[in-house]
Design a protein around this ligand. Structure first.
Ligand SMILES: O=C(O)C(=O)C[C@]1(C(=O)O)C=C[C@@H](O)C=C1
Length: 127
């Protein structure tokens, strides 16, 4: 091994300074360029933050829809409201287009979430 950051045990992994072993050509022993590894790690940090935000936003959305579910059950309203859904889909598709996100994907995602909400509403109505 020709590490330039690790002076000790000859094993791949972190060097004494906490950096990943890097060979003289800037590659780790696994063959990944150090700059590529660092860029991948930076992007994955952002992805992890975004995924956490998505989870928190979804949790807040489901808190609202649970309240809607109770309101609907108390007032004998049907779990699904297709007119409302059509408005939401049209709105979300427009938002997606503006944001350069595939509108078909945005629609599928919303339908997936709403299907789960309707399932929750039906459970609440039965209880
Ligand atoms: O707005 C409602 O009536 C809801 O029950 C919420 C919701 C949604 O998740 O946005 C879910 C089911 C309905 O078909 C429409 C919308």
């Amino acid at each position: 091994m020709s590490s330039i950051t690790n002076s000790d045990n000859g094993q791949p992994g972190e060097g004494v300074d906490g950096r990943v072993d890097e060979n003289v050509d800037g590659r780790t022993d696994s063959g990944v360029d150090e700059a590529v590894r660092a860029e991948l790690a930076r992007l994955r940090d952002s992805i992890d933050n975004i995924d956490a935000a998505v989870v928190h936003m979804l949790a807040e959305r489901f808190k609202c829809t649970q309240q809607v579910g109770h309101l609907k059950a108390e007032h004998q309203l049907p779990p699904a409201d297709p007119n409302r859904e059509a408005e939401q889909i049209a709105r979300l598709r427009a938002l997606a287009e503006n944001a350069k996100l595939d509108p078909a994907f945005a629609e599928k995602l919303l339908n997936f979430i709403i299907a789960e909400v309707i399932r929750h509403h039906e459970t609440i109505a039965r209880s």
